[in-house]
Design a protein around this ligand. Sequence first.
Ligand SMILES: [Cu+2]
Length: 245
Amino acid sequence: MLNWWLPENVSTYGQEIDWLFHLIYYITGGVFLLVTVALLSFLVIYRDRPGRRARYTHGNTPLEIVWTVVPALILVVLTFLSVPAWSRIKMTMPQTDFVVQVTGKQFNWQVTYPGPDGRFGTADDKTFLDEMHVPVGKPIRVNLRSQDVIHSFFVPQFRFKQDAVPGREIPQWFEVTKPGQYEVPCAELCGFGHSGMRAWVYAHTAEDYTRWAAENLRAGAAPAAPEAKKEPEKPVAKTGGRAKK
Ligand SMILES: [Cu+2]
């Protein structure tokens, strides 16, 4: 029912995320309405009238217990409801032979393919700047890393968001259901150029992907040197490492 205002879901597990999102949205929306109605009613009921004196109130213990226990129970229930999705999406890695390494750095995403030998860290690796190409209908494993500060790889249409943390390699996955071009805005404030830090995921049909890979990933393909495609340097804040924006 709320699907019209969320980005289109093109992920195999998007529905599970959206279901939880909507549930939480309805609960908080209902509470918001109740609070607003109570606030407006109290404004009228307890308004100043001639002859009426203000008085102190020292609280109401049963009422306070109720409004502490009810939200706590809601949180506990939500926790249990999200366990299946969490363990299926975040704790389980589906079998796949498709692995890319994604490294965040101020202020780009470097996407590295292992090349024909299937191994990272060898001479035939191919690295692209701010673009990732994947086939649809296949689990894509992403090994997320960061070169400097914390970034967050976020693809709204995939319902995928994961921080990239320096010193760690975090394996995550997604599977795309529809070909297209999807934006990857960095979702973690990472410095001066954060707002311009974005990449694109190109999801191809299996045949189109095979064609793209044959042209771009084979051993003899022109080196996809990130430097060659780099945008003009953005000004870098000299604040001793602190973010300015
Ligand atoms: Cu970033």
